[in-house]
Design a protein around this ligand. Structure first.
Ligand code: ZN
Ligand code: ZN
Length: 179
């Protein structure tokens, strides 16, 4: 037997061994399991896409497109979906909107609260109904509620008679009337 012949025989043995390995039931079982796993993975990814899309997208058509993409293009489709999906969950968006609205309401309402006890009060209240703090002054002429910083009633143009500061001018006016 020459060296070349021995080499050929060894090669033939190796090929036969490989062929019988790929024909073996063990190999068949392994490949079948691997295929089943890949299919299961593909379906699981499509299902995950559906669940995730439902939490992020309101349009049912877009949810359908996302699921179809991950079904038609196994694995890659799901990857595309992950790249292109909306960054936030719908519930987070909703929660943030509610928070912003609540804060806005607080800001708007803040102007109409008693500075002493924070009770919500209306524009026309003269005193806080809860702690009796004076909020506005009634106009001496038309009795409308006036801000305490105002110098003249914007409704009837009467000078605001602040008892502390304008006591004298009022007296002077009265004096002039009597004179
Ligand atoms: Zn109060
Ligand atoms: Zn007035």
């Amino acid at each position: 037997m020459t060296g070349a012949m021995r080499f050929l025989i060894l090669q033939a043995d190796a090929a036969e061994g490989a062929a019988s390995f790929f024909d073996s039931p063990w190999w068949k079982f392994t490949t079948m399991m691997a295929k089943a796993l890949l299919v299961a993975m593909w379906l699981a990814l499509a299902f995950w896409t559906y669940k995730d899309a439902k939490r992020r997208i309101t349009d049912p058509l877009m949810i359908g497109v996302a699921v179809a993409t991950s079904l038609i293009f196994p694995y890659v489709g799901t990857l595309f979906y992950v790249i292109l999906r909306p960054p936030e969950y719908l519930e987070d968006v909703l929660e943030r909107d509610l928070e912003i609205r609540a804060r806005e309401q607080e800001l708007v309402g803040g102007a109409n609260r008693c500075p002493a006890c924070r009770t919500a009060v209306r524009d026309e209240y003269l005193v806080c109904p809860k702690c009796r703090r004076e909020l506005k002054v009634a106009c001496a002429a038309c009795a409308r509620p006036l801000d305490r910083s105002w110098k003249v009633c914007p409704y009837c143009a009467t000078d605001v008679a602040s008892p502390k500061r304008s006591a004298k001018p009022v007296v002077a006016e009265e004096d002039e009337l009597f004179a």
